[in-house]
Design a protein around this ligand. Structure first.
Ligand code: UGA
Length: 445
């Protein structure tokens, strides 16, 4: 059966790297009607994906995986040679932060291209999707052109959000193609238009540009989003010193269409596998280019963001008096709701710091308990909010899952030892909690 978005023109695609980005991309491209092989070195991941199971929590992904595998259009393998059957090759491997600095670790990208190039033929288009330091595509293009005559590199950054990854991939809000000048670049752009035919047909803006611009679009978009969040969190610091309410302030300035209300939610700040490492890698790259000053503000953005975590620890200490021995219920572990991702999660970081200071932390999250318990075995884990809050001296909400924002203050009040709540995402109604005799503390309100 054809899916509604399915394109009439089927391409043969390989996707190298089946992590978050790659697994979603492979499944979504097959859903659109293309023939796709996903390739990864991780045997466990490939086995899971082959059986139609997503190795991480992502709404909608299991359905798209299962239907695409059943249709025969999607398969996964650890054998790189399978790329030889495809004509368009997406590289979607990770670029984590290096262990000893701020820069991006390019080992996986470089290895992926070197191996892929052994299986590529003239006319093939290689498409970089990974988030990379500006200048990477130009360097890799030389390698592509000198290894396989007639193969072309394009850079096509990805803007998907975790939690909405399938939707964002199938219906992106824009497409960016970085291509070389001349006929080869134009041909690569035409081929990408065919890959994304359904989105192009519905009028999705397509920006065809050079490599450097395409690479910069990605990192500057994430830098802007991080800056917007840290801007409002800086206002939260000022609000705390003046008695103002940052949520009302955000509502008021957000009505100005030039500013906009989205990404102005003050709280414990941003985390995840992208924003934090991307602003650091971008700053590191600017320094290499002799333009460190231009992005000096991003180090302030990072510091403001990390200070919010200190603020939550301080608020907990203020509420319980002495952290050692205090019983803290932690609602949320994932870096944001609708995800099980705990990479650089503010919630998990705060939980670990409280535990290190001697608090007894009982944490819960609808999806992230399993991954968090592997990373932080020193915490105690509960299966539900009701279980976590039992006899708590203070309740700390750091990931705004609907399961937590919908809690009834009166009912929860019956379970805790002290009615004290810290709303680290400013997602609760202070009046309702205060009316149920809770001490409510938000951030910047
Ligand atoms: C982010 C970008 O939003 C995507 O466009 C991009 O493609 C992706 O990174 C990437 O580079 O792969 P994601 O990491 O899934 O997506 O998460 P976001 O929804 O951007 O949230 C990031 C963090 O900011 C979360 O911890 C969230 O809680 C926090 N946040 C978000 C706030 O603290 N306040 C806000 O108003 C919004």
């Amino acid at each position: 059966m054809r899916s509604p978005e399915e394109s009439t023109f089927s391409m043969r695609i390989s996707v190298i790297g089946c992590g978050y980005l790659g697994a979603v991309h492979a499944a979504s491209m097959a859903h659109l009607g293309h023939d796709v092989v996903g390739i990864d070195v991780d045997e466990r991941k490939i086995a899971l994906l082959s059986s139609g199971e997503a190795p991480f929590f992502e709404p909608g992904l299991p359905d798209v995986l299962a239907s695409s595998i059943a249709s025969g259009r999607l398969r996964f393998t650890t054998d790189f040679a399978a790329a030889a059957e495809a004509d368009v090759h997406f590289v979607a491997v990770g670029t984590p932060q290096v262990a000893d600095g701020d820069a991006a670790d390019m080992r996986y990208v470089d290895a992926a291209f070197s191996t892929l190039l052994q299986h590529v033929k003239a006319g093939d288009v290689l498409v970089g999707k990974s988030t990379v330091p500006v200048g990477t595509a130009a360097r890799l293009a030389e390698q592509v052109e000198s290894t396989v005559d007639g193969a072309t590199l394009a850079w096509n950054p990805e803007f998907l959000r975790e939690g909405f990854a399938v939707k964002d991939t199938i219906s992106p809000d824009r497409l960016v193609y970085g291509v070389p000048a001349g006929d080869a670049g134009q041909r690569a752009a035409r081929i990408l238009d065919e890959v994304y035919a359904s989105a192009v047909a519905t009028g999705t803006p397509v920006i065809v540009t050079d490599y450097a611009t395409a690479e910069l679009v990605k990192v500057s978009a994430n830098a802007f989003l991080a800056t917007k969040i840290s801007f409002i969190n800086a206002m939260a610091e000022i609000a705390e010193a003046t008695g103002a309410d940052v949520t009302q302030l955000a509502d008021a300035i957000g009505h100005d269409a030039r500013i906009g209300r989205r990404f102005l939610n003050a709280g414990v700040g941003f985390g995840g596998g992208c924003l934090p490492k991307d602003i650091r890698a971008f700053s590191a790259r600017a320094k290499e280019l002799g333009k460190g000053e231009a992005l000096a503000f991003l180090s302030e953005v990072d510091k403001i963001n990390l200070r919010r975590r200190d603020r939550v620890v301080d608020l907990v200490r203020e509420e319980v008096g002495e952290l050692a021995g205090a019983r803290v219920a932690m609602l949320g572990l994932a870096f944001k709701p609708h995800s099980d991702d705990i990479r650089d999660s503010p919630a998990l970081d705060v939980a670990m710091r409280l535990a290190e200071a001697g608090a007894r932390v009982i944490a819960t999250d609808p999806e992230a308990v399993e991954s968090a318990s592997r990373r932080a075995p020193q915490l105690e884990y509960a299966a539900s909010a009701e279980e976590a809050v039992r006899d708590a001296d203070v309740v700390v909400l750091l990931t705004e899952w609907p399961q937590f924002t919908g809690l009834d203050p009166a009912a929860v009040g019956e379970l805790v030892a002290h009615r004290s709540i810290i709303d680290g995402r400013n997602c609760l109604d202070p009046a309702a909690w205060r009316a149920a005799e809770w001490t409510y503390r938000g951030l910047g309100r």
